[in-house]
Design a binder for this molecule. Structure first.
Ligand code: SOE
Length: 379
C-alpha cells in the first residue's frame, strides 16, 4: 500500500533539531505506518549552517525565515526545535495555517503562552505533540504499564530528580547559541522549565495530576557576561529548583533539579513507592528498571534489576535481539512512531499541547511558590 508522505518543516538545527531529524529518518526502518516522514525543509537564521545541516541530514530545502516555511504548501508538519521564546509565535502561526505542529519542551515559557498555543491547535483541529521524550524510554513505559495494571497498588511516594553540572563556572556567559538556557527572557525559567518539566511530565503520566506545590529556587551565580546584550548582566534564571508536591491521588512527592551537582551530567532518576511494590529508574542506566515486589516469596524477595531489552518489553520487539540495548536517540524515534500511529488511527499522540500545558501550570506554581514562600495550588 502506498504510504502517505508526512512532509516535515523543521525549525532549528541545534541539539534538538538533530534528535528530531534522526527520528524522522530512522522511524520507517523500524516501525510500520501508513505515513512516511520526509525532511522537506529546515529553517534557521544562518543560511550557510542550515544548508550544511540539510546536506548532512538529507533535508530537501532550506529557509531562513520561519514564516516562509509555515506558508509553504508542501509542508504538513511544522516541528519547532528552536529556543523557547520562539515556540508560541511559530506554533500559533503554523496552526492557523492548518499545519500539524510538534514542539520541543517546555511548550511555552509559561502557562499563559502554552494556553494560547493549545487554543490555536485545538481551534484549527490539527495534530500536535510535545517532545517529552523520556516517556518513551522502554523502562519508563514499562513502569507505566505496571502502575496501570495495579502492580504497585496505592501509591504513597513519588521522588524525582534531574541533576547536571554544566553551569558551575562563574565565567560561563549567558545568552546566545548553546547558552540561551541561561537567559530567562529566552528560556522562560532555568532548571524549573528545562529539567523539572521532564520530571513533572513523566510524574503526571505515571501518577496523575499534581494538586499543590511548595518550591524553592536559587540563583548561585548572580551576574554573567551576556553574549547577546553585551556586558555583565544580572542572571535571572533559577540555577536550582526543588519542590514538595501533593498529587490528587493523595501521594506525596519531592522533586529536585540543578545545574550545580558536580559530577552529574544528566542524572534523571525517579522512584515510586506503592503499597505492593516499588519502582526505581535512572537515566544513566536507562535500559534497567529496578522493581521490588512485596508479593514475591519472602526468602528470596528483593530488588530486581530488570534488563529492559526483551521482545516483550515496550518498543523492544522492533529493535535488535534480546539482551541488546538501545539508547537516548531511540526515545525520539519512539515518539515519532507513536505520532505516526496516531495519524494512522486518527487519534492524538500524547503528550499533546494540552498535556504539556498541564506541566507548565505546575512549573508556574513552583516558581510562584518560590517567590511567595507559600504552598500554591496548581491552577
Ligand atoms: C539541558 O542541558 C538539556 O539538554 C535539556 O534541555 C533537555 O531537555 C534534557 O533532556 C537534557 O538536558
Amino acid at each position: 500500500m502506498a504510504k502517505k508522505k508526512l512532509r516535515v518543516g523543521l525549525i532549528g538545527y541545534g541539539f534538538m533539531g538533530r534528535t528530531h531529524a534522526n527520528a524522522y529518518k530512522s522511524v520507517g526502518n523500524f516501525f510500520e505506518s501508513g505515513h512516511e516522514p520526509e525532511l522537506t525543509a529546515v529553517c534557521a537564521r544562518d543560511g550557510t549552517r542550515a544548508k550544511a545541516f540539510a546536506e548532512q541530514w538529507g533535508v530537501k530545502s532550506v529557509e531562513t525565515d520561519w514564516r516562509k516555511i509555515v506558508a509553504r504548501d508542501d509542508i504538513d508538519l511544522i516541528d519547532i526545535a528552536s529556543p523557547n521564546d520562539t515556540h508560541e509565535e511559530i506554533a500559533i502561526a503554523a496552526a492557523n495555517a492548518g499545519k500539524m505542529v510538534a514542539c520541543e519542551k517546555p511548550l511555552g515559557r509559561n502557562a499563559a503562552e502554552s494556553r494560547a498555543m493549545v487554543a490555536a491547535v485545538e481551534k484549527a483541529g490539527v495534530a500536535n505533540m510535545v517532545w517529552y521524550n523520556y516517556r518513551r524510554v522502554p523502562a519508563v513505559t514499562l513502569a507505566k504499564q505496571l502502575i496501570d495494571e495495579g502492580r504497585l497498588g496505592r501509591i504513597f511516594h513519588y521522588r524525582a530528580k534531574f541533576l547536571q553540572d554544566w553551569t558551575i563556572a562563574s565565567d560561563l556567559p549567558q545568552g546566545g547559541e548553546g547558552l540561551w538556557r541561561l537567559d530567562k527572557q529566552v528560556a522562560g525559567s532555568g532548571v524549573t522549565g528545562d529539567l523539572l518539566a521532564h520530571c513533572i511530565d513523566t510524574a503526571m503520566w505515571l501518577n496523575g495530576a499534581i494538586d499543590s506545590v511548595s518550591g524553592m529556587t536559587e540563583t548561585f551565580i548572580k551576574e554573567r557576561v551576556h553574549n547577546v546584550k553585551g556586558g555583565v548582566q544580572k542572571v535571572t534564571i533559577d540555577d536550582a529548583s526543588a519542590f514538595l508536591a501533593r498529587f490528587a491521588n493523595g501521594s506525596l512527592a519531592t522533586f529536585e533539579a540543578t545545574r550545580y551537582a558536580r559530577g552529574h551530567k544528566a542524572l534523571y532518576t525517579l522512584e515510586i513507592n506503592g503499597e505492593h511494590a516499588s519502582i526505581f529508574w535512572d537515566l544513566h542506566d536507562l535500559h534497567r528498571l529496578e522493581f521490588f515486589d512485596h508479593k514475591d516469596e519472602g526468602r528470596t524477595r528483593g530488588w530486581r534489576s530488570v534488563h529492559i531489552t526483551d521482545g516483550d518489553h515496550p518498543y523492544m520487539d522492533r529493535w535488535w535481539v534480546p539482551g541488546l540495548q538501545i539508547g537516548y536517540e531511540h526515545t525520539f524515534i519512539h515518539q515519532v512512531a507513536d505520532f505516526l500511529k496516531g495519524l494512522d488511527e486518527g487519534k492524538p499522540a500524547a503528550p499533546t499541547f494540552r498535556d504539556a500545558l498541564a506541566t507548565d501550570l505546575v512549573t508556574d506554581a513552583v516558581l510562584k511558590s518560590a517567590e511567595t514562600g507559600r504552598w500554591e495550588r496548581v491552577a
